[in-house]
Design a protein around this ligand. Structure first.
Ligand code: URA
Length: 435
């Protein structure tokens, strides 16, 4: 087999066989196919597209290019959750202890943040001493003992995707639906869970700006997961404004804790309930959504979800006292209110800009090496559709550096669009894709 022939076949609109895709992925991972040939192939795929069978073959080849996590040592159904990422998305921190408290095993791998969206691992490190750098054995033992563990990407998960993603990033071939779906799903399949619940974001703060694209991506990922024998469900949810009110690492952890106490913002709580219900159904703990929601409300009311978070934090070396007393989390020196100049309604919030505000304050990573300030960020007091009066606070900004605060303030004011007409609140859940 020659890579040249495969590139020409795809360029001319042909359909690659499973054998051809396996050859291309394994040879590229082993550095026996050069970047320039793979770049040409990615561009051919970008323009010609891939069939569902080709997409599944690419996903499976990338999933098997490195370590495949074996979770068979954990009893019960293991359910994973993945979000395509967004601003203020602290869902894993509240949702996983809720679901674990209902008896579904959570064995999850998470990443760090880059750019305007934060990563779960960075947020969890707001608990002093917390570490995700655990071995696979510790990870499995902890899931069996307390029902929940989150580890960093210490294993060699889908190295073909890592290499290909870096190449796509510099050759303008990231935004192809089949390539995105296979990239995300290859990592999920290699991580070993029996069932996967996906949260596909859409809107100004998401990768998929248009709702129809988010649904198309959701359908491709669900088809791949189900064909690979993993029960896969995708929820398409709004990211046209930040999720909840808190944006920034420790502030988001604080909001997740409040949610586990039943005091979280309504949109964030609703998203946890929706995703959590599907996780309980996929994990065989509930037959229908209403029953699942009752169970999730139950573990919030009786405190067991909060207790599960404390057990999880302690098991991974973090200070569980901060779960009861969030003032022990990193705190910023400066808190400044940003007030409205005029009266009206919040028509629109440029979500990505709010993420950039947090980044400018020091809460995000501009490069892989950047050190982040866990204490900084924003608490939004007004969301889309809310009325505002002059002098009312739109948000509190948490900062440690007056210069960075000024930069973030300037950016923030451009992100909020206030107009005289009443505006509609956005629906949070756009729909669900199951098959
Ligand atoms: N996230 C991924 O992991 N892969 C993509 O291709 C796009 C987003």
């Amino acid at each position: 087999m020659r890579m040249y022939d495969l590139i020409m076949k795809k360029r001319n609109g042909g359909i690659l066989t499973e054998e051809e895709i396996n050859y291309m992925v394994s040879e590229y991972t082993a550095d026996r196919i050069p970047d320039y040939q793979m770049s040409a192939m990615m561009m051919a795929i970008y323009f010609r597209g891939m069939t569902e069978a080709e997409t599944v073959a690419l996903t499976m080849a990338m999933a098997h290019s490195g370590d495949m996590m074996d979770l068979s040592g954990i009893q019960g159904v293991k359910v994973d959750k993945h979000s395509t990422g967004g601003v203020g998305d602290k869902t894993s921190i509240a949702l996983t202890p809720m679901v674990a408290a209902c008896g579904v095993k959570i064995a999850k791998m998470s990443g760090r943040g880059l750019g305007h969206t934060g990563g779960t691992i960075d947020k969890l490190e707001s608990f002093a001493g917390f570490s995700t750098g655990i071995t696979a054995q510790q990870f499995l033992r902890q899931v069996n003992e307390i029902g929940i563990s989150i580890m960093g990407q210490t294993l060699d998960i889908a190295p073909a995707d890592k290499k290909l993603y870096a190449l796509r990033d510099v050759t303008a071939t990231v935004d192809n639906m089949s390539l995105i779906a296979s990239s995300i799903m290859s990592k999920k399949l290699a991580s070993g869970a029996d069932a996967i619940v996906l949260d596909v974001k859409t809107g100004s703060g998401a990768f998929m700006k248009k709702e129809e694209d988010a649904f198309a991506l959701a359908k491709e990922m669900v088809a791949i997961g189900n064909r690979a024998g993993r029960k896969t469900i995708a929820v398409v949810s709004d990211m046209d404004q930040p999720l909840g009110c808190a944006v920034g690492n420790a502030l988001e952890v604080q909001e997740a804790i409040a949610t586990l106490k039943g005091q979280g913002p309504s949109d964030f709580t609703e998203l946890c309930m929706t995703l959590g219900s599907y996780m309980l159904m996929a994990g065989g703990k509930a037959q229908e959504e209403e029953e699942a929601r009752k169970m999730l409300h139950g573990v919030i009311e009786d405190g067991s979800a909060l207790e599960k978070l404390a057990m999880f934090v302690k098991a991974q070396g973090g200070d569980p006292a901060a779960v009861q007393d969030p003032s022990l989390l990193p705190q910023a020196d400066i808190i400044e209110e940003i007030t409205a100049q005029e009266s009206g309604y919040v028509q629109r919030i440029d979500c990505e800009e709010i993420g950039i505000c947090s980044l400018l304050l020091g809460g995000g990573r501009e490069t892989k090496e950047s050190k982040i300030d866990l204490s900084v960020g924003l608490i939004l007091h007004k969301k889309t559709g809310d009325p505002v009066a002059p002098g009312e606070s739109l948000a509190s900004i948490y900062a440690n550096d007056p210069q960075k605060l000024e930069m973030a303030k300037e950016r923030f004011l451009k992100a909020y669009h206030i107009t005289a007409e009443k505006s509609r609140r956005q629906s949070l859940i756009k729909g669900t894709v199951m098959e």
